[in-house]
Design a protein around this ligand. Structure first.
Ligand code: VG1
Ligand code: CO
Length: 542
């Protein structure tokens, strides 16, 4: 029943910041996904008879890909697969299921916040037994294997009925189609004070959750509306669609504009939140107040003890390098350590496993904790609801009080999408070459204190990761970061991260772009962004 199929390698099957992401048209080439999956299985050891978790964000090609993965898992000798009904599992839910059922690992079919549909993006990612994204030594091994692959093995079997809960078999392997929400919802109930949140909603608190026609719709409907009593209609765009309704399922001020407009209106709801394609990102907005993800991490860290799952406090914080220093200030006050890691959730896994960090965050709308090993959009929303329910203040008041106590880190990210790859590489190479000469330079009144190319030494496994972004620090505490994206599928995306600290409470209400305008100009000049890319303005500002 096992069919051995001859194949030849495809170029470029190298996982990026979060798995292998390519256009759907690339993934649909005969043998493409099979080569990658065989490369993955060939790189793993001792999974005979073990459990593999499989699910995706429901985008175009999700079901077809899942059938292939199931049949290849059977041929490879896995004992059981747990697959989400309809092929659905949000990324944090997949992480939760892997941990709870002590699976060997999991395969997540998703390109996250990238657009979907027939002409959009697709992706595949492997998570290890701790529930987290595979570390680099694993993804490197997979890539190496895909370069020399000559054949793959697949079970000749009928497709599994993904819409019927329960157990079937393919060969010797058990296929268990599970409810994608149940385990995850149960975990949320253990971490947060659901009674207090129920009381909050019962008191007339209003909210809108934009699932962006992506995977979190069913999770949000079950938890917010059915369990916590938020009024029906709280969840908008709640049905997962293969093309996400033609939108970018990316919860930011550009792609979730409708929600933001609603929250900025006078009679808007008390809280607005959104999540991305695979449910691991979150955006939080209070009436009249957008919370940057960096601030959200800091405020969550400062208030986590209000949630039952964190009542004893946090052991530490971890943030990706480009994320603002707001969390560092909270860590200092709490007397815990704040770790700075490269971009990508995979770098948090070791810190979480070792108990060194409890909450983690990235500026890219990612927040999470040690409850799973992925960032978790709905978790962040529930954490905010828990904080709001405990403090009974408006979100805007909570944010203002936080800035008063710690100062405000004005923060923005400017993305230049789909620029010419060679031009982007040259821009970075040029900055790298000038790192030694930058200190002492005065640009538009600001003096460069130091500049480097971020490198990370993992304190647990000793691994070294280099070239993770150019950092330029100024003597007034401001910081610029230049980095190339590792998730795009067309050309290069240059990300520019800008940050300035403002201790003065009378200056905490400036418009973010106004507050950072001087720094933006310096950043553009320093790297000659327009000259090198031909772009006079970024594509997306968040
Ligand atoms: C982006 C973000 C990064 C995030 C990654 C995956 O990566 O900047 O912080 O971890 O996406 O998020 P990059 O390399 O494009 O900057 V998701 O929601 O796609 O799993
Ligand atoms: Co995502």
């Amino acid at each position: 029943m096992i069919r051995v199929v001859a194949t030849t390698p495809f170029e470029g099957q190298k996982p990026g910041t979060s798995g292998l992401r390519k256009k759907v048209t690339v993934f649909r080439q005969p043998h493409y996904i099979e080569n990658f999956v065989q490369g993955l299985f060939d790189s793993l050891d001792a999974f005979e008879g073990e459990t593999l978790v499989i699910g995706g964000d429901g985008r175009f090609y999700n079901r077809e890909a899942i059938q292939i993965v199931i049949k290849m898992a059977a041929a490879a000798g896995f004992g059981r697969v747990l697959v989400g009904k309809g092929g659905i599992l949000s990324t944090p839910a997949a992480s939760c299921v892997i941990r709870k059922h002590e699976a060997f690992g999991g395969i997540i079919l998703s390109a996250s916040h990238n657009p979907g549909g027939e002409h959009g993006d697709f992706g595949i990612k492997y998570n290890i037994g701790n529930g987290g994204p595979a570390p680099e030594h694993v993804t490197d091994a997979i890539f190496e294997r895909t370069k020399t692959i000559r054949e793959y093995q697949i079970m000749d079997a009928d497709d599994v009925d993904l819409d019927a809960l329960g157990i079937t078999r393919i060969g010797d392997m058990v296929v268990d189609v599970i409810d994608p929400v149940e385990d995850y919802a149960e975990l949320m109930g253990e971490l947060f004070d659901f009674d207090a949140i129920r009381d909050l909603f019962a008191s007339g608190f209003t909210m809108r959750f934009d699932a962006m026609s992506a995977v979190t719709g069913p999770y949000a409907a079950a938890i917010l509306e059915e369990t916590l009593g938020a009024r029906s209609g709280t969840v908008m765009h709640g049905e997962p669609l293969p093309d996400f309704g033609g939108h970018h399922p990316d919860p930011n001020l550009v792609h979730a504009k409708e929600l933001n407009d609603l929250l900025m209106s006078e009679d808007g709801p008390d809280l607005g939140a959104a999540s991305d394609g695979d449910g691991d990102r979150n955006m939080i907005i209070g009436r009249g107040r957008f919370v940057t993800p960096s601030d959200s991490l800091a405020i969550i860290a400062a208030n986590a003890h209000l949630a039952p799952g964190y009542k004893d406090g946090i052991a530490g914080i971890a943030r990706s390098m480009p994320t603002s220093g707001a969390a560092d200030r909270v860590a200092e006050k709490l007397g815990v350590k704040c770790y700075e890691t490269p971009t990508g959730w995979k770098f948090f896994g070791n810190l979480l496993d070792a108990g060194l960090a409890t909450v983690c965050g990235e500026e890219s709308f990612g927040t999470g904790s040690n409850h799973v090993r992925e960032k978790d959009g709905l978790w962040a929303v529930l954490m905010w609801l828990n904080i709001l329910a405990a403090r009974r203040q408006s979100l805007a008041e909570i944010v203002a009080e936080h800035w008063e106590a710690y100062g405000r880190n004005y923060y923005t990210r400017h993305d230049y999408e789909e620029v010419d790859s060679a031009a982007a590489d040259a821009l970075m190479a040029d900055l790298r070459a000038r790192l030694d000469t930058l200190p002492g330079t005065v640009i538009n009144g600001l003096t460069v204190e130091r500049a480097d190319d971020f490198a990370y030494h993992d304190p647990i496994d000793g691994s070294m990761t280099t070239k993770q972004g150019i950092r330029v620090f100024f003597t007034d505490g401001s910081r610029l970061v230049y980095r190339l994206s590792g998730t795009g599928t067309a050309g290069a995306t240059l990300r520019l991260y800008l940050e300035r600290f403002e201790p003065d409470p009378t200056r905490h209400d400036l418009d973010t772009q106004d507050a950072l305008a001087g720094l933006v100009q310096i950043a553009r000049d320093l790297a000659d962004i327009e000259g090198r890319t031909g772009r006079s303005a970024p594509t997306v500002i968040t």
